[in-house]
Design a protein around this ligand. Structure first.
Ligand code: NAD
Length: 462
């Protein structure tokens, strides 16, 4: 079957039925000119483990045992390798800590991320598609909070031209130091120090949901534009404070609602907005992750906030309307038995002001034996048609003589970052604002209130 790829060199789309195991994703013309031209520059490639070892002069090691049928993605950026090999260390600004250099680090993502913390499973970082050189002024980026998601941002940044990770900050010194070392950048414990650096133009904040205000305050005080991970906050008063802080400092605030940068969701939104299915009547979505999620999250947040908020924002976007009533039913069973006061599963019904109804099923109930470890769905129905996406399979898995690997076609985290950087560079308004973040949070809080009170909750919340 021929598959559409985007050439990592010229950016044009082309079709191929062969796959690109261990080779750059390039159209025929670019492949031929690369064969006769200069060596590969900063290309992100899918490279086999053995190839990398040879390149690094390392000895072969036995591969880590894999469960049968589980795909491994070996995703290595040559840029990263070069950075690792580069012996020049730039002078460090005062107060910055320099992490010890670590050995070459290779990312191996399995399909299972034990807990599926991501709304998108583990498909956010896509490197089959290399971002084209832009020739634009390079923006310096800092990341505050470099746990699971902060590191995903750092990895995605490595493949974006026109932006460079300059420093990271994390409340846990060990984390800051380890990640600073991995990405070969300065690290801080105090986000204010990162935000005061002249070479930082903007920051990504990926601290825990309830710890967003302080890093936003630090970044805004330093005059840095902000990409803030969802949910904007865990209370409306924190959300209001965050919006105010950014307005007063005159810095951009974008919320990381990554579904808006998933081209399947964007296509659905566009189709609905264009009237391709007539008048929209209803939206159904499902976002369920692994039952083992609490091994990582430890009951720290409601699923309606952690996962559901993505779909609440997406449904507002697709419906083009605000929500006026929320009704949620929830089951608290398994996770409570393990000491975590979070829902196993929730069903939420929304009524929008324009008459559309929406429903979301979200929970942490997917068995670990599930083939894809997560179940995501979207269905929209209008007066003249419907669109259905089963998002469970978000990637194509190839099996060739070189092994089996996955190619991912929708580097939505990169799209999101590029949009944010474009807004910073060209003084544009982000697609997702603090107001959007607040609106989705309000629906999520109403859903949590409804689940507990067993009552329908009208919006706005008082
Ligand atoms: N968009 C997505 O698909 C997606 C996926 C997962 C998580 N997230 C969001 O990303 C954020 C981080 O989640 P995570 O899963 O990476 O959590 P995590 O616990 O893995 O990482 C959070 C990090 O923030 C640090 N931190 C906490 N408070 C801090 C502070 N005041 N200053 C500096 N560092 C601080 C912690 O030490 C930790 O290392 C959350 O808002 C979460 O909802 C988004």
């Amino acid at each position: 079957m021929a598959i559409t790829y985007r050439c990592t060199t010229c950016g044009k789309e082309f079709e191929s039925a062969e796959g690109f195991a261990g080779r750059p994703v390039q159209c025929d013309a670019c492949r031929q000119s690369a064969a006769s031209g200069p060596p590969l520059s900063d290309q992100t490639l899918f490279v086999s483990l053995d190839q990398i070892r040879k390149q690094k002069g390392e000895k072969e090691e036995p591969e880590a045992p894999q469960e049968e049928g589980r795909a491994q993605t070996i995703d290595v950026s040559f840029k990263q390798i070069r950075q690792e090999e580069d012996a020049n260390v730039e002078p460090q600004p005062q107060g910055a800590m320099v992490a010890p250099r670590r050995q070459f680090r290779m990312e191996i993502e399995t399909e299972e991320d034990n807990g599926g913390p991501s709304v998108l499973g583990d498909t956010m970082v896509a490197s089959a598609e290399k971002r084209k050189p832009t020739g634009l002024k390079e923006l310096g980026v800092g990341i505050i909070g470099v746990g699971w998601m902060g590191q995903k941002h750092a990895e995605a940044l490595a493949d974006i031209h026109g932006a460079r990770l300059v420093a990271v900050a994390d409340a846990f010194k060990e984390t800051a130091e380890r990640v600073g070392g991995d990405f070969d950048v300065d690290f801080y414990v105090d986000p204010r120090k990162l935000a005061q650096r002249d070479d930082v133009d903007c920051v990504i904040i990926a601290t825990n949901d309830e710890a967003h205000v302080q890093p936003v305050a630090a970044a805004a005080a330093g005059g840095k534009h902000i990409l803030l991970e969802k949910p904007i906050a865990t209370t409306l008063s924190d959300a209001d404070q965050i919006i105010r802080l950014c307005e007063r400092a005159n810095v951009k605030l974008m919320i990381g609602f990554i579904l808006r940068f998933d081209n399947r969701y964007a296509r659905v939104q566009e189709a609905v907005a264009n009237g391709e299915i007539g008048e929209l009547e209803s939206i159904f979505c499902r976002r369920t992750n692994l039952v083992t999620s609490q091994e990582r999250l430890k009951g720290r947040v409601s699923v309606l906030s952690f996962l559901g908020v993505h779909d609440f924002d997406m449904m507002r976007w697709v419906a083009g309307s605000e929500v006026k009533r929320v009704h949620t039913e929830a089951v608290w069973n398994l996770h409570r038995k393990h000491g975590f006061d979070v829902e196993d599963t929730t069903w939420t019904l929304l009524r929008f002001e324009n008459g559309v109804i929406g429903s979301l099923e979200t929970g942490w109930v997917v068995p670990t034996t599930h083939p894809t470890k997560a179940d995501f769905k979207l269905e929209v129905t209008g007066t003249k048609g419907m669109i259905t996406y089963d998002l469970t399979r978000q990637e194509l898995m190839f099996t060739t003589e070189a092994g089996h690997y996955s190619e991912r076609f929708n580097p939505m985290l990169q799209y999101q970052l590029e949009h944010f950087l474009d807004c910073v560079r060209n003084d544009r308004d982000p697609l997702v604002t603090g107001i959007d973040g607040r609106a989705a949070l309000e629906i999520s809080l109403a859903a949590q209130q409804s689940a507990k009170s067993e009552q329908i909750v009208p919006l706005p919340l008082t």
